[in-house]
Each structure stands twice: as structure tokens, then as C-alpha cells.
Design a protein around this ligand. Structure first.
Ligand code: NAD
Ligand code: DAU
Length: 365
């Protein structure tokens, strides 16, 4: 079996769902259920014996040690993190605690477990650390995309904490021989994306006729990857990546933020035109020709990175991985998913998802 941390969050949940759709190998899912952890992402696995959910912190060494001893996983995929840049600017401490101290404690527990393994089990064991392109800092307009040898230059408390975690993972390989793999990925989008991040926020705000807040001039560039392509890349790195190596993962989809917002608006204009989405009695926006009218430029994010872009040639040449979705197909699926899952959105917005676990499991235990 494998141990996934942070598997109730956006990418982790997509990873667990995809893993169990393709394999019968059991997943132990360790997640602290912070505001970003949502077990409703995994309702389809509620009675699936191949999914073992454990509510807990990666920094809880006693818990992690006992989980490792009990389940003897062959691999660990570490998604658990605080992940939102704006939150890291308003309050960095949780980021230091989970992303740095938590990763350190997890590595210590894993090192002790791995040391006690023997033969092939020890040789085949892997610790895969999921990281971000933000550790490389910001690119100028004409600079080449980030390769794995790009120097680290993190600019936000979030990216600095992820950079520190990457360094710890590297050091545990270099010093102790722990068989690690690190992936640095660009911006993901897709189902179960928490609506504090750009794409889901724009979709849910537009549907509620709320302003669409674009930071600064909206000309910042991100390299967007459909989340299921990120999951397939991680599976491939786990399967065939070389120990101690770093693999950059990206979608070759550089877009400005304002282009993203325009695309979301155009898809909503097509799939949920304003005239049918709102009652003339309750909205003064009926006459709006397009969701674009909701776009509102707001003060910029402090220290805002201007451009990210990933050079994914290493993972492509070495491991034969390529994304399957184009931005056009992926964003259409994503907007449709939010339209089809309004219940999930309202539970997230009302906070009801946080009490869902108790409600669902109370009678079952
Ligand atoms: P997320 O915020 O949606 O989910 C994080 C999950 O980790 C949540 O379920 C949360 O409850 C859990 N968690 C937080 N602290 C924990 C702790 N101390 N112990 C156990 N669980 C804890 O994040 P995401 O967007 O799914 O990102 C997952 C990982 O991928 C992160 O490491 C992030 O840095 C990285 N990443 C994200 C993106 C992106 O675009 N979202 C891109 C590249 C890399
Ligand atoms: O690059 C990978 C990173 O992508 C991950 O490591 C992070 O975990 C993930 O959150 C994401 O970080 P970003 O800061 O790029 O994502 P976010 O969705 O917060 O913002 C995307 C861009 O949109 C960014 O330039 C800021 C801008 N933005 C964001 C929000 C929330 C706006 O203009 N308005 C907004 O309201």
C-alpha cells in the first residue's frame, strides 16, 4: 500500500480518486483536515475498503511512526501543506509549521521506518515530495522557462516554506540516503479546487454576480496544468523516476490572469447565460451582456511574482510523460464541473463541509 498525506485537499483528493480508479493498491490518507481539507471530495470512496482515512498531522511523529509500523507502505506521497500564497502573506506561521517543521518531522519518522526495512522492500521504498514552481521565483518576460537547475529564489512566505521543505528532502537523500523524489509543478486547476484560488473563485463569484477581483494589472502569467495531468505525472515519477532527482511538471499553457478570467467568463456566457441564471426580480444585473462586466481591478498582491513557466522537457524525455488536456479542454471540463456541483460549492462556502464528517460517520462507527 501507499501513504498519501494531504489527500483530502484539492490535488491530493484528485490523486487518491485517480489512483483507486486505476489500481487496487490500498491508500492510507493522512490529513489534518485544515480549512482546505474536505472529505466531501472523497464521498465516492466512503465505503471503499481500499481507502483508509486517518485524521492527523504530518508533524505528529508518534502517529506517523505507528501508521508506518502498522501499514508498512511501500511509498509515501507528501501533498500535505499550507498552499495559498495570499494566506501566507496575511499569516505565515502555519506555513512554517506545516511546510517546514511538518515536513521535517515526517522525514524523521520516515527515515527511521526506512532504516528498519530490509532487502527489496528497502530498495524499492520511495518518498515523493510534491512541490511547486514558485520556489524558483519570478521570470522576466523573455527569460527561458524554469528548468530543474534553476536557482531557488522564493519570494513569498509560502514559496520560501516550500523551498525549505525541498531542501530538507534533498538533504535527507544526500546525508542519509533516503530514496526521495521531488516534483515541482506549475498552477493546477480542475475539480475540487478550493474557491480561494483564481479559477474557482472567478467561477463561483461570477455565478453569484459578485465582483471578479483581478490583482494589479492582470498581466501576471501562470503556466496552467489540469490537475489530472499533474496526478498522472506524479504516478509516473513514482513508478520510474530516478532516486534523488527533481522533475518539473507543467502544462505549456502560459496565460495572463486576465486571459484566464476572460475565458471563464466566455464559458459561463455560453453554458449559463446571465438571463437564465438570474431572476429579473432579484438582480439588477439582468441587463449585463456578459459576466465580463463583473471584472474589478483591485490592489495587487504584495511581492506578486510576475511570471512562472515550466520547462517540462526532463520528465518528457526521461519518463515519457506529457499532459493529455489542452487548456481549452481542461478549462471547459472545470467550468462544467462547478456548474454540476453547486452543492459542493455551497457546502464549502457555508463551511458545512467541515461538519460533514461527523454527520456522515456518526452513525457508522
Ligand atoms: P490544498 O491546500 O488544497 O490541500 C492541502 C491539504 O493538506 C489539505 O487537505 C489539508 O487539510 C492538508 N494539510 C495541511 N496541513 C497538514 C498537516 N500538518 N498534516 C496533514 N495534512 C495537512 O493544497 P493543494 O492545492 O492540493 O496542494 C497540494 C500540494 O501540492 C501542496 O504541497 C502544494 O504546495 C503543492 N502544489 C500545489 C499546486 C497548485 O496549483 N495547487 C501546484 C504545485 C504544487
Ligand atoms: O505555481 C504553483 C502555485 O500555484 C502553487 O504552489 C500554489 O499552491 C497555488 O495556490 C498557486 O499559487 P498562485 O498564487 O499562482 O495561485 P492563485 O490562484 O492564488 O493566483 C493565481 C494568479 O491569480 C496570481 O497571479 C494571483 C492572481 N489572483 C488570485 C486571486 C485569488 C487574482 O488576480 N485575483 C484573485 O482573487
Amino acid at each position: 500500500m501507499i501513504l498519501v498525506t494531504g489527500g483530502a485537499g484539492f490535488i491530493g483528493a484528485n490523486f487518491v480518486l485517480d489512483w483507486l480508479a486505476q489500481s487496487d493498491e490500498t491508500v492510507i490518507n493522512l490529513d489534518a483536515l485544515t480549512y482546505a481539507g474536505n472529505l466531501q471530495n472523497l464521498t465516492s470512496l466512503a465505503t471503499d475498503q481500499r481507502h483508509i482515512f486517518v485524521h492527523g498531522d504530518i508533524g505528529d511523529s508518534a502517529l506517523v511512526t505507528s501508521l508506518l509500523a502498522q501499514h508498512q507502505p511501500r511509498a509515501i506521497i507528501n501533498f500535505a501543506a499550507e498552499s495559498h500564497v495570499d494566506r501566507s502573506i496575511l499569516g505565515p506561521e502555519d506555513f512554517i509549521q506545516t511546510n517546514i517543521v511538518g515536513t521535517f518531522r515526517l522525514l524523521e519518522s520516515v527515515r527511521a521506518y526506512w532504516k528498519g526495512l530490509n532487502g527489496e522492500t528497502k530498495q524499492d521504498f520511495r518518498f515523493l515530495h510534491v512541490s511547486t514552481d514558485e520556489v524558483y521565483g519570478s521570470l522576466a518576460k523573455d527569460e527561458p522557462a524554469f528548468s530543474e537547475t534553476r536557482r531557488y529564489e522564493p519570494n513569498s512566505p509560502y514559496s520560501a516554506s516550500k523551498a525549505a521543505s525541498d531542501h530538507l528532502v534533498r538533504a535527507y537523500h544526500h546525508t542519509y540516503g533516503l530514496p526521495v523524489l521531488t516534483t515541482n509543478c506549475s498552477n493546477n486547476y480542475g475539480p475540487y479546487h478550493f474557491p480561494e484560488k483564481l479559477i474557482p473563485l472567478m467561477i463561483v463569484n461570477a455565478l453569484a454576480s459578485k465582483p471578479l477581483p483581478v490583482y494589479g494589472d492582470g498581466q501576471q502569467i501562470r503556466d496552467w496544468l489540469y490537475v489530472k495531468d499533474h496526478c498522472s505525472a506524479i504516478r509516473r515519477v513514482l513508478e520510474a523516476g530516478r532516486i534523488g532527482e527533481v522533475y518539473n511538471i507543467g502544462g505549456c499553457n502560459e496565460k495572463t490572469n486576465i486571459e484566464i478570467v476572460h475565458t471563464v467568463c466566455a464559458l459561463l456566457d455560453e453554458l449559463r447565460p446571465l438571463s437564465t441564471a438570474h431572476s429579473p426580480l432579484t438582480t439588477p444585473h439582468l441587463a449585463l451582456p456578459t459576466y465580463r462586466s463583473l471584472i474589478t481591478y483591485v490592489a495587487d498582491r504584495p511581492g506578486h511574482d510576475r511570471r512562472y513557466a515550466i520547462d517540462a522537457s526532463k520528465i518528457e524525455h526521461e519518463l515519457g510523460w506529457r499532459p493529455t488536456e489542452t487548456f481549452e479542454t481542461g478549462i471547459r471540463k472545470t467550468v462544467q464541473w462547478y456548474l454540476d456541483n453547486q452543492g459542493w460549492v455551497s457546502n464549502v462556502q457555508s463551511g458545512a463541509y467541515r461538519t460533514w464528517v461527523e454527520k456522515n460517520y456518526q452513525g457508522r462507527l
